[in-house]
Design a protein around this ligand. Structure first.
Ligand code: PLP
Length: 387
């Protein structure tokens, strides 16, 4: 009889399992399913990046174990990109480490900085990795509610003093998944103040800084004074260049924090295939026209989705960033019962409660399908509207 470790037994029940089961049932009946639940861009990786991989794959120099921290040219490309995009100076030798996607780095961070019993601060609702990775390291997560009345920003004043004193790590993420909220300058300044006062290592998950609309420009946490003294930023090529499957990201910022994560990683993985790093260099240094095209495509889809939902009597604010729409379910529904109702029309969306208890009463839709499919989803929902 196979015995699982406690850390596996402690994983929260998989909320999406029941939805997956119902989806499979509908599919079996031949229902055409429109999934607006996937956080993965449907767009193709730009050709110049694919070509860079192809030619690098043929070079024998790339067929061996890569450097643990990443090719210096890759780390230099990251530093150059941070300089040109955010005007942030980074030393590629000591302040940049490559990651097998930012999820990998985020997941290993508590292993480097959390002792059993230590506290991690993480938002609720949120990307589930912050909490799970903390649990894997034996730590505890204090969940910081993201409330609509606070524009889905963290309210540090509501966190008890003794929690702040015990906290070792703070995870946060703007532009935000799942709420699509963006943070203003004052918020970043406050994060740095809190981190300094309580000696907390800040981990900003910045996966969506390039996926912005209506001319909005998202900032890096590292643009703010003192940020590099207290923290790091996780970034990724996944969303910016439609490269989710390639598994390439990076962590930048405080050199001791970057080195700590690097130490854990060098005992677990052996870096990213160098040909993928060469493609990453092409992504960061090549023509950035593809990023503007990506923004234009998602902005149009966002408008179709949000205008459609408004026409169905659902209150939505058009997000300034990310490919997520986060809205309250109509009166009389819970997150799960609303998702179930939409499923009866073959439309799959994500219950807000899947991202934490503060997500109850909300649902999340992605716009990672073309406009025609999004319109079709709206029309199907119109037929089953009972609110
Ligand atoms: C997509 C996403 C990431 C990036 O994941 P990769 O591992 O780099 O593909 C990180 N954080 C959040 C909140 C995300 O939604």
């Amino acid at each position: 009889m196979i015995q699982f470790a406690d850390r596996i037994k402690s994983l929260p029940p998989y909320l999406f399992a029941e939805i997956d089961r119902k989806k499979a049932e509908l599919k079996k009946k031949g229902v055409d399913i429109i999934s607006l639940a996937i956080g993965d861009p449907d767009l193709r990786t730009p050709d110049n990046i694919i070509e860079a991989l192809k030619s690098a794959a043929g070079d024998v120099n790339n067929h061996h174990y890569p450097d643990y921290n990443g090719l210096l040219e890759f780390r230099q490309a990251v530093a150059d990109w941070y300089k040109s995009r955010f005007n942030v100076e980074l030393d590629p030798q000591s302040e940049v480490v490559s990651l097998i996607g930012s999820k990998e780095g985020i997941a290993h961070m508590p292993m480097a900085f959390i002792n059993p019993g230590d506290i991690t601060l993480a938002p609720d609702p949120a990307y589930p990795v912050y909490k799970t990775a903390t649990m894997f390291a034996g730590g505890e997560t204090y969940l910081m509610p993201l409330k609509k009345e606070n524009k889905f920003l963290i309210d540090f004043k509501s966190i008890p003093e003794d929690v702040l004193k015990k906290a070792k790590l703070l995870f946060f993420n703007y532009p935000n998944n799942p709420t699509a909220a963006v943070a203003d300058d004052d918020f970043y300044v406050e994060v740095i103040e809190v981190a300094k006062k309580y000696d907390i290592l800040v981990c900003h998950d910045a996966a969506y800084t390039e996926m912005t609309y209506d001319g909005y420009r998202a900032k890096s946490f590292l643009e703010f004074e003192g940020a590099k003294d207290v923290g790091v930023e996780f970034h990724s090529l996944s969303k910016t260049y439609s490269m989710t499957g390639w598994r390439v990201g990076f962590v930048v910022g405080n050199k001791d924090a970057v080195a700590g994560l690097g130490k854990i990683k060098s005992n677990i993985d052996s870096g990213i295939f160098q040909a993928v790093q060469m493609a990453g260099i092409e992504a960061l240094k090549g023509d950035q026209g593809c990023v503007g095209e990506m923004r234009a495509i998602f902005q149009e889809r966002r408008d179709v989705l949000c205008d459609g939902l408004t026409s169905l009597g659902i209150k939505v604010e058009k997000p300034k960033a990310t490919f997520y729409m986060w809205a309250e379910v109509p009166a009389g529904y819970t997150s799960v019962s609303f998702v179930d109702h939409l499923l009866s029309a073959g439309v799959v969306v994500t219950p807000g409660s899947g991202f934490g208890s503060m997500g109850e009463g909300y649902f999340r839709m992605t716009f990672t399908l073309d406009k025609a499919r999004i319109s079709e989803a709206i029309e199907r929902v119109r037929k089953i509207r009972n609110w």
